[in-house]
Design a protein around this ligand. Structure first.
Ligand code: ZN
Length: 88
């Protein structure tokens, strides 16, 4: 079983986490229906490094941004997904 090193809880089994989606900018509330369709339904399917949002639902309940290699399942980076005040 794969393990993720949560920045808040430490190393935990993947079964504690739920996949959210690939990391992508959220469209503005007044964005076109085509932009929202792209965000909600369409996914890239990269071969290699892929940034994904995961929820640590059986731990700290934080959303995490995990960069994972889709070929090897190697976890390349894990960080909190929340925005810092500088980016807001
Ligand atoms: Zn956690």
């Amino acid at each position: 079983m794969q393990q993720f090193n949560c920045p808040f809880c430490g190393t935990r089994d993947q079964s504690e986490f739920t996949y959210g989606r690939e990391v992508a900018p959220v469209p503005a509330l007044d964005a076109s229906p085509a932009d929202w369709q792209r965000f909600v339904y369409e996914r890239d399917n990269p071969c290699g490094a892929h940034a994904e949002w995961w929820h640590h639902n059986h731990g700290c309940r934080q959303w995490l941004e995990i960069v994972r290699d889709t070929l090897t399942h190697e976890v390349l980076e894990i960080k909190a997904a929340r925005r810092s005040k500088e980016r807001a």
